[in-house]
Ligand binder design. Structure first.
Ligand SMILES: C[S@@+](CC[C@H](N)C(=O)[O-])C[C@H]1O[C@@H](n2cnc3c(N)ncnc32)[C@H](O)[C@@H]1O
Length: 292
């Protein structure tokens, strides 16, 4: 690309930015990060494994606390079957397999799933772990009855309400009577409901490995109680402009409890702030344990 062509592309991108709609639409373009894009998934994997922050997966010391809590709250025993929806790089799945469980992890990030498979192998538990690279909304159980299921780190919230309801139903049907599901969702009261905007530049990170300008905006949709983020990434060497709309459906605890009962769960316990576990962001979360 010549300098002239780059300048022209950059100028066009700036005008596109200038003319952007004032607010993005809810669930526009799917409303999720491009987790399943191979390049993005490689860059995201770096973030999952980066022990300097817990933004993509929590750091080791926090996961250890969570796994101990989950083991007890889900009533897990060696030999039991666990389903990990949106398992990412398998950091929880492999740990549970090392405690003796048979785990199925589902995730549509190619780099995360490849890492999970390798982690299970190097941890000596590949015969107790299976990872499937698939969109969880398309997953169909093969008839296995699971003792427990996980839906961690807010991922149920990246789906519109009706789809979240269907996913809860799918998981409930995959559990044996008495089986338990753990869902971690943002505490609606703690979600930032103020609009805001921010920017930064970098030449290495989630959005690319060459200089880029990141422009972020945050919106709150009061009618549907959902938050939206619009990220515009301007790649400075090419003038390419990526737009990503990320939506997070929030739930009042009573609403989620009702959705879980409607999906087939007989009882639901809500634990604010991860039941007091010392996680850096514990206060922002509600953890639900639903029993069939
Ligand atoms: C924040 S990460 C959490 C991963 C893992 N639960 C953990 O805490 O380490 C979210 C994960 O959800 C996955 N994900 C998001 N939407 C998905 C979908 N529709 N189907 C399958 N996986 C999805 C992403 O690929 C990503 O690995």
């Amino acid at each position: 690309m010549s300098a002239n062509e780059t300048e022209k592309a950059l100028a066009q991108a700036l005008w596109r930015l200038y003319h952007r709609p004032e607010r993005p639409l809810l669930w526009q373009g799917g409303g999720n990060l491009p987790w399943n894009n191979p390049d993005f998934s490689q860059r995201m994997l770096r973030e999952h494994l980066d022990e300097s922050h817990g933004a993509a997966s929590r750091v080791v010391a926090e996961r250890e606390q969570q796994v101990a809590w989950l083991w007890s709250q889900l009533g897990l025993q060696p030999g039991q079957h666990v389903l990990d929806m949106t398992c990412g790089p398998g950091l929880y799945a492999v740990e549970l397999a090392q405690r003796g469980c048979q785990v199925l992890g589902i995730d549509f990030s190619p780099a995360a799933v490849a890492y999970a498979v390798a982690l299970a192998e190097s941890g000596g538990v590949s015969e107790r772990c299976r990872f499937v690279e698939q969109d969880v909304t398309a997953w169909q159980n093969d008839g296995t009855l699971y003792d427990a299921a996980l839906f961690l780190y807010g991922q149920l919230a990246v789906f519109p309400r009706e789809q979240a309801q269907r996913l809860l139903q799918t998981v409930a049907q995959a559990l044996r009577p008495g089986g338990r599901l753990c869902v971690e969702l943002l505490n609606q009261d703690k979600v930032d409901k103020q609009g805001s905007a921010w920017w930064f530049t970098d030449d290495q990170g989630l959005w690319g490995n060459a200089p880029f300008l990141h422009l972020g905006e945050r919106f709150w949709d009061e009618a549907s109680r959902a938050s939206l983020e619009r990220f515009q990434i301007l790649h400075l060497e090419t003038g390419e402009l990526d737009e990503i709309i990320l939506c997070d459906q929030t739930y009042a605890a009573a609403e989620m409890e009702q959705m879980m009962r409607q999906a087939g769960f007989a009882s639901v316990q809500v634990y604010p702030a991860w039941d007091g576990l010392p996680l850096y962001d514990a206060d922002e979360w509600h953890v639900y344990i639903a029993q069939k």
